[in-house]
Design a protein around this ligand. Sequence first.
Ligand code: FES
Length: 168
Amino acid sequence: MSDRSQLLATGKSFAFDAETDAEFERLAARYPIRESMIMPALWLAQQQQGWISAETIEYVAERVGTYPAKVFELATFYTMYHLRPVGTYHICVCRTLSCYLRDKQEIVDFLADEAGIRPGQVSDDGRFSLEEVECLGHCGSAPVVQINGEFYEDMNVEKLRALLTTLA
Ligand code: FES
């Protein structure tokens, strides 16, 4: 599992581009308390940059008018926020009980063999990254894999191998 308590600093400041800034302001108008925009702002930042850096945390805190520690707490709690650069295809494997009991480890081991990645790593060619996450909410069809936000249920090694060949 990746270490979610350590942020990476890029040494470069972060700021929303014009399009993202406009979307931020559009959403912010819906919230009577600007601090409530922490999670949407983190999401917008991730859509723009691909991941959340230490500088992103500082920027979001400034934009929503709060402390960086509050932004840090949310960014590190929710695995939907990437705290490291991820691959073109970010693969999340659920590790919670139903998926654990239905052999999620076979999928994790397959990805180590096939793509050379362990949880928290990006493949050498940058195509794939892997993360083990808590329950994805589809426990009845475990084991569950999520790739770039798309859910794949009742997965096994054969299905995943076939799926990976369809990814450009
Ligand atoms: S336990 Fe895996 S989706 Fe809920």
